[in-house]
Design a protein around this ligand. Structure first.
Ligand SMILES: Nc1ncnc2c1ncn2[C@@H]1O[C@H](COP(=O)(O)OP(=O)(O)OP(=O)(O)O)[C@@H](O)[C@H]1O
Ligand SMILES: Nc1nc2c(c(=O)[nH]1)N=C(CO)CN2
Length: 176
């Protein structure tokens, strides 16, 4: 059975294949080449200020975007396929909120709810993140978040990290 899924992509370090814009687009190409994954839609790419943990060193801006996938993989198989692609693109550290060449997060898998050590669905922090909600709303406006019970478009209306205590600058950098 196939299922529609949403993923978030982020990069704020270059690698031997190029800068973050190249990396996220190459990651999409890699996903599209996977025999059990179809890339249905890709958002535009946004340059965003890095959200860091308190008292941590400043980080380069991120390139962020989202994609809708269709797959016959189950949620854990899909997560492992995402991990594999992160590794191909040179992600080494799994330090929490550390800078990275490629971060692939599984946001939504249909309306599935999962709470296991390896995988939590929907992604527990997606609703707090403008850098996820704004691109996701471009490609999945009517998708109902299965915990919030409202659409992604509605969640994106008031993205929490756009409030004054945590300013985030979002600039469009290119069209997909
Ligand atoms: N929906 C999910 N998507 C991706 N990883 C998840 C998810 N749910 C749980 N995880 C787990 O989270 C762990 C840490 O992931 P990762 O290193 O990407 O975190 P991070 O990007 O630093 O922070 P954040 O999770 O806040 O984006 C992974 O090992 C993975 O097993
Ligand atoms: N702007 C931005 N900030 C972040 C991001 C990200 O993708 N974009 N990812 C993080 C951990 O996943 C932590 N902070």
């Amino acid at each position: 059975m196939t299922e529609l899924c949403a993923i978030a992509l982020g990069s704020n370090l270059s690698s031997e294949i190029g800068d973050s814009e190249k990396i996220v687009q190459a990651a999409i190409a890699r996903l599209a080449n996977h025999p059990e994954i179809e890339v249905v839609k890709v958002s535009r790419w946004y340059r965003t200020k890095a959200i860091t943990l308190p008292n941590s060193a400043p980080q380069p801006d991120y390139i962020n975007g989202c994609a809708i996938l269709k797959t016959i993989l189950n949620p854990l198989q899909l997560l492992r396929a995402l991990f594999y692609i992160e590794q191909i693109f040179g992600r080494e550290r799994r330090e929490r909120w550390g800078a990275r060449t490629l971060d692939l997060d599984l946001l939504l898998y249909g309306d599935r709810l999962i709470d296991s050590p390896e995988l939590v669905l929907p992604h527990p922090r997606m609703s707090d993140r403008a850098f996820v909600l704004l691109p996701l709303a471009e490609i999945a406006a009517d998708w109902i978040h299965p915990v919030a019970g409202i659409s992604i478009a509605d969640l994106a209306q008031n993205p929490p990290d756009l409030d004054l205590s945590h300013p985030i600058a979002i600039d469009l950098v290119l069209n997909s």
